[in-house]
Design a protein around this ligand. Structure first.
Ligand code: FE2
Length: 306
């Protein structure tokens, strides 16, 4: 593995980038059409990294749709071409789901025939996707804390895959998704965490009702840890990322692998979507489907007596 020339951090914590603690994700470009092998790798590694999957023109059209919106709202530095996505200092974002709403160029990428065809072959049957589209415009800093997706979307099948797609080239100093090696094989150790449903609450605890139902908060913060460095030391494995994500790449992974985002060390926004795919025959988490998915609104909250 090439040495990492710059310090890297996530959620504000510097990572140990020695070869024992950090590495790069395995490319499956060599077997992108061999779905038996892809399924083996998905089971073994917990993820698939497919570089060069999309026509970059599709991805860049998606990027332009985003930078046009950010420019219109004044979030970009007007001294630079908007496609470069240089931040207007003072505009700090991380999650911007609104940027993907009513956005045909993004929907063309995430729900287009290329990706749905890929998942149909991977699952070996008809697939459906969640209708909610997660989108991130990540400012300097602002890396996502380590978590498993299951705690946010575990009410349907757990055989659900996330697809993370970068909209533009992402050098290491800009960050991107990182996965904790072999953490998908440690579900026994993470059992208590993996049973969390952030939208569930205890009906008999007035404080929880107030927070979750009335203020539309979560009963659990969602993350597994605020500190990716100490979490890795505790759970083992290496933090894995890509030294140079390109427009056209994607990474897909399951519900129980621990992942997060590296901090962005540049003044340009880092754009990515994360969307979900499953077998059409299996139950779906109703929070994330329909023309106007309930998401984390009151309709998505679920009470129980604790
Ligand atoms: Fe996630």
């Amino acid at each position: 593995m090439p040495a990492v020339a710059i310090p890297l951090s996530s959620a504000g914590h510097e990572l140990d980038t020695s070869s024992a603690a950090f590495g790069f994700i395995r490319s499956s470009a060599d077997c992108a059409g061999d779905f038996a092998e892809l399924n083996r790798r998905l089971a073994d590694d917990g993820y698939l990294y497919i570089p060069g999957f999309f026509d970059p023109a599709l991805i860049l059209a998606g990027r332009k749709s985003i930078t046009d919106r950010l420019a219109a709202e004044g979030s970009l530095d007007p001294a630079y071409p908007s496609i470069e996505a240089v931040e207007n200092p003072g505009r700090k974002f991380s999650f911007r789901g609104d940027l993907a709403r009513n956005n045909a160029a993004i929907h063309r990428v995430v729900y287009g025939p290329e990706l749905l065809g890929f998942y149909a072959k991977l699952f070996g049957e008809d697939v459906r996707h969640f209708d909610y589209t997660w989108f991130r415009a990540v400012s300097r800093g602002m890396g996502t804390t380590p978590h498993c997706d299951l705690v946010y979307m575990g009410r349907g099948t757990h055989q659900l895959l996330t697809c993370w797609i970068p909209y533009g080239d992402i050098p290491l100093e800009m960050g991107g998704v990182m996965l904790l090696e072999d953490s998908h094989q440690k579900s026994d150790r993470l059992k208590n965490y993996l049973e969390v449903d952030v939208d569930a609450y205890c009906e008999n605890r007035p404080k929880e009702v107030e927070k979750v139902v009335n203020q539309l908060g979560w009963s659990h913060p969602g993350h597994l840890s605020k500190n990716p460095a100490t979490l890795r030391a505790k759970l083992g494995g290496r933090w894995l990322t890509c030294p140079d994500y390109k427009a056209g790449d994607f990474v897909t992974f399951g519900m129980t692998i621990v992942h997060g985002g590296l901090d962005n060390q540049t003044d340009r926004f880092r754009f990515s979507s994360d969307t979900r795919y499953q077998r059409a025959s299996q139950p779906v988490d109703e929070r994330w489907v329909g023309e106007n998915p309930p998401a984390n609104t009151r309709a998505g909250k679920r009470g129980r007596v604790c």
